[in-house]
Design a protein around this ligand. Structure first.
Ligand SMILES: Nc1ncnc2c1ncn2[C@@H]1O[C@H](COP(=O)(O)OP(=O)(O)OP(=O)(O)O)[C@@H](O)[C@H]1O
Ligand SMILES: [Mg+2]
Length: 311
């Protein structure tokens, strides 16, 4: 990073505190608080309608909060002295004048923002678009438009990057490129906040996750920790001819138990060795004892369901 002049508060941290947005009939974001650290990729996860875009738009001063605050490096976006040099944002597939070339699109932004013209070439190279520099925007594929949007966000060499569903519409190669690109930015010490509704994508990309549903925080923390705690909701399938005896023994250990149509016990809250020991102690015969590999996508849905995204 090229910077010796950042103020002491320019630490790249994002702090969201009690953030709320009430639209006429919808509380899009409801008393939301979380922090985003520099040097890491933070995945901002939630189902459709959870309030991700609204939160990011409040962070960028594009939507006025009903209550609460959102700061970047200790300041509200509106108070940043050189916003383009401090924060890069990619909110939707970039739009540009159709007849303008990619490089000219970036040069226009540089001129407006008082950035040196060569930043346009550098940013284009950064996203691998140099070969298409002189092609017109209207001929760009969706993936190329996404890259151009990222190039525009990178013009000011910002410390903080905020991206709303950047993988949308990208092919697998494009997604792989995006992942490497964002991880690299975090590696350089930048703050990378990226929203998604796909847990599987965030497992591969994020260091930290902030999960929201219905405008409220569900979980936040290092991805391994959050997914680990979600995985604890793994269940064990138990088949036994003495289901009632075993169920009583397990309930005494505060396991939760469901029974499927075939009479198989689905046990949560205790692990397979514990169940095996309980069965032995109770003299119960076991025909099956299988830990169901936790399907994180299912757990994510369970965590965020009931708080249906679409309101
Ligand atoms: N300008 C607006 N006026 C009224 N309601 C709005 C407005 N913008 C968003 N909403 C509502 O706020 C809620 C949150 O929307 P938001 O776009 O923030 O969700 P999201 O998490 O980004 O969803 P998605 O994954 O579909 O992009 C939704 O119920 C949406 O309909
Ligand atoms: Mg959105």
């Amino acid at each position: 990073m090229t910077d010796g002049q950042r103020s002491p508060t320019s630490d790249g941290q994002i702090v969201v505190s009690g953030l709320t947005k009430q639209y006429k009939n919808v509380r899009a974001v409801n008393n939301l608080s979380f922090t985003v650290a520099p040097g890491r990729v933070t995945g901002f996860l939630g189902p459709n309608g959870a309030g991700k875009t609204t939160t990011l738009r409040m962070l960028l001063n594009l939507v006025t909060p009903t209550a609460g605050t959102a700061t970047i490096s200790g300041q509200r976006y509106a108070d940043l002295s050189t916003p383009l040099r401090q924060v890069g944002a990619v909110l939707e597939a970039s739009s540009a004048h159709k007849g303008r070339t990619g490089i000219n699109h970036l040069r226009v932004i540089c001129a407006a923002a008082g950035l040196p013209k060569q930043r346009a070439d550098e940013a284009l190279a950064l996203v691998g678009l140099t070969p298409a520099a002189k092609r017109k925007f209207k001929g760009y594929s969706l993936g190329m438009k996404q890259r151009l949007g990222i190039a525009a966000a990178m013009l000011g060499d910002p410390r903080v990057l905020i991206l709303d569903e950047p993988a949308n519409g990208l092919d697998p190669e494009g997604i792989r490129w995006m992942r490497g690109f964002l991880k690299n930015l975090a590696h350089e010490g930048r703050t990378v906040l990226v929203s998604s509704h796909l847990l599987s994508e965030m497992q591969l990309l994020a260091d930290d996750v902030v999960i929201i549903a219905a405008g409220q925080l569900v979980r936040q923390g290092p991805v391994d920790q959050v997914l680990g705690s979600m995985a604890q909701s793994a269940r064990v399938r138990v088949r036994t001819p003495q289901a009632e005896v075993l169920a009583a023994a397990l309930k005494a250990q505060s396991a939760t138990i469901e029974t499927d149509e075939q009479g198989v016990l689905l046990v949560a809250g205790v692990d397979a060795p514990t169940i095996g020991r309980s069965a032995l102690a109770a003299g119960v015969e076991l025909h099956e004892l299988t830990t169901e590999r936790p399907d994180l996508e299912r757990v994510f849905l369970e965590l965020t369901a009931g708080k249906a995204g679409i309101r």
